[in-house]
Write a protein that binds this ligand. Structure first.
Ligand code: V47
Length: 369
């Protein structure tokens, strides 16, 4: 392997990773520039196995999007509708949201993950009652809801500070924040693809505040559109700097751009090899983030399986009701059962571990005789 790493120009970085020397911005760019995907994957996999062995995490979750009415105009989004009454616009009543959870009374769910559009016409009580009601139905359920972009919107729209919003939502039952809305932090990219939502600095500040309030969060990165390699590495380094300060991040989640039915539809989707590369570089640059998630809905089931050998150790979960990616052309199923996920992890040569949102082990599935 040494000769291969040397030929790929990656031997020094491999040594640094092995001796736990932090990678620099230039190292990140060098990793992305490498043409030897297997050499890069080998380094990322060694690091993945050092941390997690074969263990591969997933959870039993339910994904809900209560409204797709959104006043932001992100070019990559196929999900949002500007106002109520527009074709395809939908907003669930609280009862409809609660019914979605009640319908799954027979499932040992551990998490509900909710992301919405930035709806200008709902009262703040819609969100607090949403959380309270879900907790009443399933008191033990973990509520991972509302991206930092939604938190910023709530603050501006309802005249509160970001911290106040988080405190009030936490009191109503919020347990953690998902990583959506991060896109690419670089202002150049944000101005072009999502100019009218909160900027990268505020996104990170909201995660910092959530950590100070005792909540854990994730960070995502939307790749494969107009971002440069340098902007990807910068995004990872800003994430790493936050984690140095707070330790509150659980997972980093690369999200592959899907071009169908949105304003960037002329761009091709990122290739499988690009996807593997992004997961591998994330594993190596983000030395202080425990988990790299290959979100199977975004990168596809087969590529997600392969990513388990390129740095990723988590696949997200059963999901069940997803529209953001399916409206943008994802051809994955909308759900996988826990049996399906266990099997696909085993087929990939790894060991499935069912976790809760905070990575406590819920169940170590065993093979039936
Ligand atoms: O914020 C929207 C992205 C995100 C498209 O925290 C698109 O555990 C690709 O954040 N092509 C929502 N991506 C999903 C998300 C997420 C997913 C899984 C796990 C977690 C977690 C968070 O989806 C949005 C945006 O960045 N997105 N449209 C598109 N056309």
């Amino acid at each position: 392997m040494r000769a291969r790493l040397q030929a790929a120009g990656l031997a020094e970085i491999a040594d640094q990773v092995e001796s736990r020397v932090r990678l620099s911005f230039e190292d990140g760019v060098t990793l992305f520039a490498s043409r030897d995907l297997l050499a890069l994957g080998w380094i990322a996999n060694r690091e993945r196995e050092r941390r997690h062995g074969d263990r591969t995490y997933f959870n039993h979750n339910l994904r809900l999007e209560a409204t797709n009415v959104c006043e932001a105009s992100c070019l990559f989004c196929s999900f949002a509708r500007l106002k109520e009454g527009d074709a395809g616009a939908h907003t669930m009543t609280l009862e409809q949201v609660f019914a979605k959870l009640r319908q799954r009374g027979d499932q040992p769910l551990t998490e509900v993950h909710i992301v919405n559009g930035l709806h200008p016409g709902l009262p703040f009580s819609y969100y607090t009652e949403l959380l309270t009601g879900l907790k009443q139905i399933r008191p033990g359920i973990h509520l991972k809801c509302f991206t930092a972009v939604e938190i910023a919107f709530f603050a501006d729209h309802y005249g509160k500070t970001d911290r106040q919003v988080l405190v009030e939502l936490k009191a109503a039952g919020l347990d953690s924040l998902p990583g959506g809305g991060a896109e690419i932090f670089a202002p150049r990219v944000r101005l072009k693809i999502c100019h009218d939502k909160c900027d990268g600095a505020r996104y990170l500040a909201i995660h910092r505040t959530a950590h100070e309030l005792g909540m854990r969060t994730n960070v995502t990165m939307l790749y494969g559109h107009i971002e440069t390699t340098e902007e990807r590495v910068d995004h990872m380094l800003q994430t790493r700097a936050l984690q140095d300060d707070t330790g509150g991040l659980q997972a980093f989640i690369p999200l592959a751009f899907h071009p169908d039915h949105n304003q960037m539809r002329k761009l091709p989707p990122p290739s499988a090899s690009e996807t593997l590369k992004v997961h591998a570089v994330a594993r190596l640059v983000l030395d202080n983030v425990d988990h790299i998630k290959a979100y199977w809905i975004s990168c596809g089931v087969e590529v997600a399986q392969t990513a388990l050998w390129f740095g990723a150790d988590d696949l997200d979960g059963t999901v069940q009701e997803e529209t953001i990616y399916h409206m943008a052309g994802s051809s994955t199923p909308t759900t996988l059962s826990t049996d399906d996920i266990e099997q696909l992890i085993r087929d990939a040569g790894r060991e499935p571990i069912e976790r809760d949102t905070l990575y406590n082990v819920v169940r170590v599935p065993t093979l039936s005789a």
